[in-house]
Each structure stands twice: as C-alpha cells, then as structure tokens.
Design a protein. Structure first.
Length: 275
C-alpha cells in the first residue's frame, strides 16, 4: 500500500514538472484529478478488504461458539488469538483509510509522502504500545465475540471479564482499567422472529438497530412497503432498508445450537419418565 501511494504522488510530480504546456492551456488540475481518482480506487480496495475481515470475524465467532458448546477451551483460546490478529489488521486498515482520505482531500505533493509515512509510523507505535486490555477490551467487536461465547452456556447471566487478559497485561502492568467494568450485563437472547413469532430461519440482522428477523419474512414485508419500513421489532422506531440487512451466521448457529439442546433435554426428560 505504501508503494502504491508513493508511486501515485511520484506520477503526480512528474505530470506537474513535464506538462507545463497543458498547465498553460488550462489543464493544470488534470494530474490532481487523476491522483484523486486513483486514491478513490485505493479506498474502495481498502473497504473491500475490511468487508472480508468482517466476514472472517463472523466465521471465527461461529467456530468459537461450536467449540464452546463442546467445552473445548484450548481451541476457543486459539480462535480468540486469531480474532485478535484480525482486529489488529482491521485497525491498520482504518488508519490507512484515514490517511488516504486525508491525501485525497488536499495534500502538498512535495511533502505528502513524508507526512503519510510519519503519520503511519506514529499510529503503529501508539497501537503497539497499548496493553491487550486497551486494544481489545474496549473494542466492540471483541467484546461481542466474548459475549457470544459466554452466552453459549450462560445465556442471561452476566459475563465476568476481570480475567480476560490474565493477571497482568503485555506491558507487565496490572489491568487496573478493567476494574471498573468487570461484568457485562447479561441479556437473554430471543431466537424468534418478531414478524412470524416462530424460530428464526436464515436470520438477517439490521445494521441500524441490531434487530433480527427470518430472512424471507422481513424481505417480503419490506418489499410490500416499498423497500423500507419502520423496524417491526416492538418498541423500535428505526427506519430500515433492505440494504441495511446482513446475513447473521453467528445468530443462525446460536439458534441451531439452542434448538438442539432443547431437543436433547426433551429426549432426556422423556427417557427419565420412561425409566
């Protein structure tokens, strides 16, 4: 990524130095327009990569839920470490996106590369100096990941997080910042669609309000409303569109595991009665 941005600015410099005739003819903004177009392309690629990381995070969560369901703590920890690396990569992408946006909105070609490299290095140094508890403890994606794992066997119970990063963080300091937030409030998840009042099938979740629905039920309902509607979940007044819905593979797996456990409990109860 660094070389791409460097090449773009080098090309821009070359155009400015060699195309004096074009500048004189009133085309001096040509190189800048080309540069901004290429930076826009880079931003699009960064977004595509970020979307891939989001999908990988969701896949990690699904795998971790399955492993937690069979109490394989060692494997859950391996998935946890893999997810942290994904979050590190996501942070780096966010930094790159911010820097590219800054370049695209107006930078001095004479100093842009140096400023870009200096800002990027500073961001990396700051991030590397953070403790694990500060890197991930305040990260909403990571906290949701841990909550999903906890809910597998402790749904509705508060999740303790005091020992999540060990007795000491990676800098050798005590995690005093965690003391004020040792428990995440437990919330009982509903696995039924608000529209059909039946178990969720192929669930999708709204990016706007985080409410979930069976895919066919919500898409049919929204299409009957012209492609958007007030969220059908009780008490929610958010306006949602079809484009706001995403396939929720994590929730789909949780519904599957929940129904399987329900079936196993019913079978066990029936067997006990027979005995």
């Amino acid at each position: 990524m660094n070389s791409s941005i460097s090449q773009l600015y080098s090309q821009s410099q070359g155009y400015n130095n060699n195309d004096n005739s074009s500048n004189a003819a009133g085309h001096g903004n040509g190189p800048l327009v080309q540069l901004q177009g290429r930076l826009h392309t880079i931003k699009s690629k960064l977004q595509a990569t970020s979307d891939m990381i989001d999908q990988a995070i969701q896949s990690c969560t699904v795998v971790a839920i399955d492993l937690e369901d069979v109490s394989d703590e060692a494997k859950v920890e391996e998935v946890d470490q893999a997810l942290r690396k994904l979050l590190d990569a996501q942070y780096e992408l966010e930094v790159e996106d911010a820097l590219v946006s800054g370049l695209a909105t107006g930078a001095d070609p004479d100093t842009a590369i140096e400023e870009y490299m200096a800002s990027r290095k500073l961001s990396q140094q700051r991030y590397s100096s953070l403790t694990d508890s500060r890197k991930y403890g305040g990260n909403a994606r990571y906290r949701d990941f841990r909550q999903q794992i906890w809910d597998t066997n402790h749904e509705g119970e508060p999740m303790p997080t005091g020992g999540l990063f060990g007795a000491a963080d990676n800098s050798g300091n005590n995690n005093e910042e965690d003391d004020d937030d040792v428990v995440i409030s437990g919330a009982r998840m509903t696995y039924k669609c608000p529209l059909t009042a039946t178990w969720l099938i192929d669930p999708v979740t709204s990016k706007i309000c985080n409410h979930s629905f069976s895919n066919t039920a919500i898409t049919d309902y929204m299409r009957s409303k012209g492609g958007s509607c007030v969220c059908p979940s009780v008490g929610c007044r958010s306006i949602i569109h079809l484009r706001d819905l995403y396939p929720d593979k994590v929730l789909e797996r949780k519904v599957f595991n929940y129904l399987r456990r329900q079936e196993e409990e019913e079978e066990a109860a029936t067997y006990t009665l027979v005995q």
